[in-house]
Design a protein around this ligand. Structure first.
Ligand code: FMN
Length: 165
């Protein structure tokens, strides 16, 4: 799969909207992720409102690029009625990786931002998006047509591989 080996984090974007079909394909990829006991704990908030993007850019000291993105997806997790609540963040991580790979496959660029498990960041995102009580913010992924993208470096390291024969 090429996208795995070409994806890098993109933090600056062209001033150009992302087509609705591309956003939908990215969401479809997110929901194709595996999850513990297939619990699918996710809800996705697609943000294109400039004011909301501006506010999300202040969710942490490291989220400033959101203000310049045409769109961001906030990945959120349910907190109730889950067969395996301890694995919600694992499930949401897998959905987020699918989002990042489909962004890349669509010729776009994006970056995962650290929101959970930091309570202050999670609360800020919840307030901006007006999340219901039973949802928690996990991450925000701003994306768009890349204005600048670094090539991927090969990180393969034989020393990190251990064979038990
Ligand atoms: C859990 C997680 C949190 C991250 N949080 C941020 C962030 O807050 N701001 C940011 O600019 N990048 C963030 N990143 C992106 C990483 O900095 C990036 O993935 C890493 O430097 C490797 O670069 P690459 O994605 O281009 O391969 C985060 C990545 C992960 C997986």
């Amino acid at each position: 799969m090429d996208a795995i080996f070409t994806r890098t984090s993109v933090r600056s974007y062209e001033d150009k909207p992302v087509e609705a079909e591309k956003i939908q394909k990215i969401l479809r990829a997110a929901m194709a992720a595996p999850s513990a006991m297939n619990q699918q704990p996710w809800e996705f908030y697609v943000v294109t409102d400039k004011n909301a993007l501006q506010e999300l850019s202040q969710a942490s000291p490291y989220t400033g690029m959101v203000a310049g993105a045409p769109v961001a997806i906030a990945v959120c997790g349910r907190t109730e009625n889950l067969p395996v609540p301890d694995l919600v963040q694992v499930d949401l991580s897998l959905a987020t990786e699918n989002i990042l790979l489909e962004i890349e496959a669509q010729g776009l660029g994006g970056v995962m931002l650290g929101i959970a498990p930091f309570a202050d960041r999670m609360e800020r995102v919840a307030r901006i998006l007006d999340l219901p009580e039973n949802l928690e913010a996990f991450t925000v992924v701003p994306f768009g047509y890349p204005a600048k993208k670094n090539p991927q470096q090969d990180r393969y390291d034989e020393q990190r591989v251990h064979y038990i024969k």
